[in-house]
Design a protein around this ligand. Structure first.
Ligand SMILES: [Zn+2]
Length: 165
């Protein structure tokens, strides 16, 4: 930093971090297993899954789990709702405002008209964090993932899964 750098610039460069609460840490753990399950449970025999926004196919471990109602502290009630989260390719998930409309159309076609409206209403309802409920869900989705993970050695669908979305 130069001596001439304005003080408020220096302040902006400092990352403000707050330690995560126990609930937030467990919620992040559940995100990992739930999002993995979303992709694993949608794959075909070759390990491919279809993007719910654009219809492109990719290997399960090259896909994201896309939230129709986005993840935030105010939307915990839809964060782990299987109707709200489906495989999305990384471009659709990363620039998802462009493909949100099509995502909603696919959800309504699959579950019935009004599903996206119902999800929107659900997401605004109050949510009381319950750590035991979260622990139970972590256990459940971890087990489900184990059952679904491709097992064959050398199988091209097996790969390092770096995608936590
Ligand atoms: Zn896509």
């Amino acid at each position: 930093m130069s001596l001439h750098t304005p003080a408020h610039w220096q302040k902006q460069n400092k990352k403000r971090t707050r330690p995560k609460t126990k609930f937030e840490k467990r919620a992040a753990r559940l995100d990992y297993y739930f999002n993995r399950w979303v992709r694993l449970s949608s794959m075909d025999d070759l390990g491919m899954v279809v993007c719910w926004s654009c219809g492109n196919q990719r290997p399960w471990n090259k896909m994201s789990a896309g939230h129709f109602i986005g993840k935030s502290k105010t939307t915990y009630r839809t964060r782990w709702d299987p109707k709200n989260v489906h495989p999305q390719c990384i471009p659709c998930n990363s620039f998802d405002e462009g493909n949100k409309y099509q995502y909603g159309v696919t959800i309504n076609n699959f579950y019935g008209d009004g599903t996206t409206e119902a999800l929107k209403i659900k997401s605004t309802k109050p949510f009381n964090p319950d750590i035991f409920d979260i622990e139970g869900k972590i256990k459940f989705y971890r087990e489900e993932c184990k059952k679904l993970e491709p097992q064959k050695e050398g199988n091209n669908v097996k790969g390092i899964d770096n995608n936590t979305q």
